[in-house]
Design a protein around this ligand. Structure first.
Ligand code: PLP
Length: 392
């Protein structure tokens, strides 16, 4: 037993030596534009609360009414006795929002991706996956036991090559994030859709960072490109822009029926608590009614991106509310983040294995409700520290 703990301690030392040790930060109070950590007020540039609605009065009201009526826990799997009435109602509203026949809610984006992928493909099938897809997609692929070709990020030639090699496989599933979570770039959806049609493949998209932000109704990047109907499996989360928790897949009734019967991450887990369903119901209303939020978040992000780019930072090639400031090595990234914190800015460093080695970065995310003045001051601070650390 002693040896077991000693080995864990050694593993931790190894992480520390490589500047890869991670620590939990405790946030006091709600995840808003400003947060408090260890008594210090910080401008929050690390939240996925993109629309600023996690604390919206209507979301709180929705959650509280659901608790009053239904209590705190679902107490069973949805397929046993946990499928209380709000589920069907919210799934109907979600399908209407996404303009699809049906929708199915999962307990988290992580669970959804694992479960959906593992139930759609198996041995004898092929998954073709962008190399920067989210970890939950990668884990779903591993669990599925299907063969997998990972293509270089957004590289359409490689995607096509993979498709030409897919002839012997029964099912060919292309999977991609629509907004890449650590780079902030969009997937080339029109080209991907054209290729999947040409080669008879199926397409699954992950709108975790696109939903609520892109498209006229905030349905996501697929709506932006007017391609939603061409996507068989439209997955997204309710934990980011929607400010709640959980995730969904939207699509044809037959797909939803199949997943209800096959997805272990739905069958063998207790349903979400009523409070979450109540808040999702309200979030769907707010996202549709308050269009200014998605306009503001993209406008503010574009301005911040422009200013940092002009100062000489490498921001990769993003078009979203996620702005990666590439630093390079882990040590400088940690130091950058530490200095930002000292200066009153929460902007967390992202290191391998979340991003490729030597591409450690500060990942900035903008909220619709950030004050322009706060963002301006933060930009000046980021540029100053960038110069001090000779990043620019
Ligand atoms: C955050 C994220 C997930 C996981 O969603 P959770 O609801 O946080 O579990 C899945 N896919 C992508 C692309 C994400 O960024």
């Amino acid at each position: 037993m002693q040896e077991f703990y000693q080995e864990l301690a050694r593993n931790i030392e190894e992480l520390k030596d490589k500047n890869l040790f991670r620590r939990l930060k405790t946030i006091s109070g709600p995840p808003a534009e400003w947060v408090e950590i260890a008594g210090k007020r910080l401008l929050n540039l690390s939240s996925n609360n993109y629309l600023g609605i996690a604390g919206h009065p209507l979301l709180k009201k929705g959650a509280m009414e659901a608790v009053e009526r239904l209590g705190c826990g679902a107490t069973a799997s949805r397929l046993i006795a946990g499928n209380y009435d709000l589920y069907g109602q919210v799934e109907k509203e979600l399908a209407d929002f996404k303009n699809t026949e049906a929708a199915l809610i999962f307990n988290s984006g992580y669970a959804a991706n694992m479960g959906i992928i593992a139930s759609l493909v198996t041995r004898g099938d092929l998954i073709i996956s962008d190399e920067l897809n989210h970890a939950s997609i990668i884990d779903g692929i591993l669990l599925s036991k299907a063969d997998c070709i990972r293509y270089p990020h957004r590289d359409l030639n490689s995607l096509e090559t993979a498709l030409t090699r897919a002839k012997g496989y029964k099912r060919k599933l292309i999977v991609t994030d629509t907004v890449f979570s650590m780079d902030g770039g969009l997937a080339p959806l029109p080209e991907i859709v054209a290729l999947k049609e040409q080669y008879g493949a199926t397409l699954m998209i992950d709108e975790a960072h696109g939903g609520g932000i892109f498209g006229d109704h905030g349905r996501g990047v697929a709506e932006l490109y007017d391609l939603a109907e061409k996507v068989e499996v439209n997955m997204g989360t309710l934990s980011k822009a929607f400010g709640c928790a959980g995730a969904y897949v939207a699509g044809k009734k037959v797909l939803i029926n199949y997943l209800q019967n096959k997805t272990r991450n739905l069958i063998y887990t207790t349903g979400l608590p009523p409070a979450v369903l109540g808040s999702i119901q309200a979030a769907l209303q707010v996202v549709q009614a308050e269009k200014w939020r998605r306009e503001q978040v993209l406008l503010k992000a574009a301005r911040l991106r422009e200013r940092l780019q002009a100062a000489g930072f490498n921001l990769l090639d993003g078009q979203s509310q996620i702005i990666p400031v590439i630093i390079g090595d882990n040590e400088t990234t940690l130091e950058f983040s530490r200095r930002l914190m000292e200066a009153g800015i929460l902007a967390v460093g992202i290191r391998p294995p979340t991003v490729p080695a030597s591409l450690a970065r500060i990942r900035l995310t903008v909220m619709a409700t950030h004050k322009e003045r706060d963002l301006e001051l933060a930009t000046e601070t980021i540029i100053k520290i960038g110069r001090e650390l000779q990043v620019i």
